[in-house]
Design a protein around this ligand. Structure first.
Ligand SMILES: [Fe+2]
Length: 254
């Protein structure tokens, strides 16, 4: 049922962050994604320090070109798309020029936060700031943050501000923990999962094979919504179109 998956979040480029270690691993990660039904794979290295942004941008361009060339030589049909996963902290307020760092140069920007100290108020303020530039924030793996697990319905509050959500493919399986699995499943069934990402870092546990995670999902998950998140909704990012989410139900506390 899942053909043509678009994975909007991966650390497939080698030696640019804590993802793939070398070129061969990058190539293997792409091949594995393609074998598992991923048609389009976003390359989203961590962007954590703005003073490195321009250098990281250039490095991403060069490495993506080299990877595309090798995949073409190997008769691969996977499409690689550029982006970043941007760490929001106080420094973000110094930047006025986000566009080159969004997903596929679209209005959609993939963001993450410090796992240990981020509060809902921080997130609201960063998302408001990004929205004021006409950008649409997509929060990477919201299910993994303490402030969300403590209060899952805060996702509704963020959604009302136009924020979108990408869960990690492994979360509903319990890969990151029970709380993370609860939030991911609840978000999915209530219509709050807009996108899915492998968040792959290597060929081992967090790899690019989204389908192998889906096969381990608990019964009772809404597979139609899952399919939309994996195969249909990412088209809005690729075409820079206006995506309007449809939320279905209230998210229950754990
Ligand atoms: Fe990531």
């Amino acid at each position: 049922m899942f053909g043509n998956i678009t994975d909007i979040h991966s650390h497939t480029l080698w030696d640019i962050d804590d993802g793939a270690e070398d070129f061969n691993e990058s190539v293997e990660m792409c091949m594995r994604a393609e074998d598992a039904g991923t048609k389009t794979l976003f390359l989203t290295p961590h962007l954590m320090y703005w003073e490195q942004a321009e250098d990281l941008y250039d490095e991403r361009e060069e490495k993506t070109d080299a990877l595309c060339e090798c995949l073409e030589d190997n008769d691969s049909n996977i499409t690689l798309v550029k982006g970043f996963e941007i760490l929001c902290d106080d420094e973000i307020f110094d930047i006025r020029f986000f566009k080159p760092y969004t997903l596929n140069n679209s209005r959609y920007i993939l963001i993450e936060f410090n796992f240990f100290k981020t509060t809902l108020a921080d997130v609201v303020s960063w998302c408001d700031y990004l929205s004021s530039f006409g950008l649409v924030p997509i929060i990477a793996h919201p299910e993994r943050y303490g402030f969300v697990m403590d209060n899952p319905s805060c996702v509704e509050q963020l959604s009302e501000k136009g924020v979108l959500f990408q869960i990690n493919a492994g979360s509903p399986t319990g890969m990151f923990g029970e709380g993370e699995a609860y939030v991911a499943c609840e978000m999915l069934n209530c219509g709050y999962v807009d996108f899915i990402g492998s968040d792959a870092h290597d060929l081992r546990v967090r790899n690019t094979d989204i389908l192998s995670c889906v096969e381990m999902y608990p019964d009772g998950l809404n597979l139609d919504l899952l399919k939309k998140a994996a195969c249909e909704n990412p088209e809005y990012i690729l075409k820079d179109g206006l995506y309007v989410p449809q939320r279905l139900d209230h998210i229950a506390e754990m």
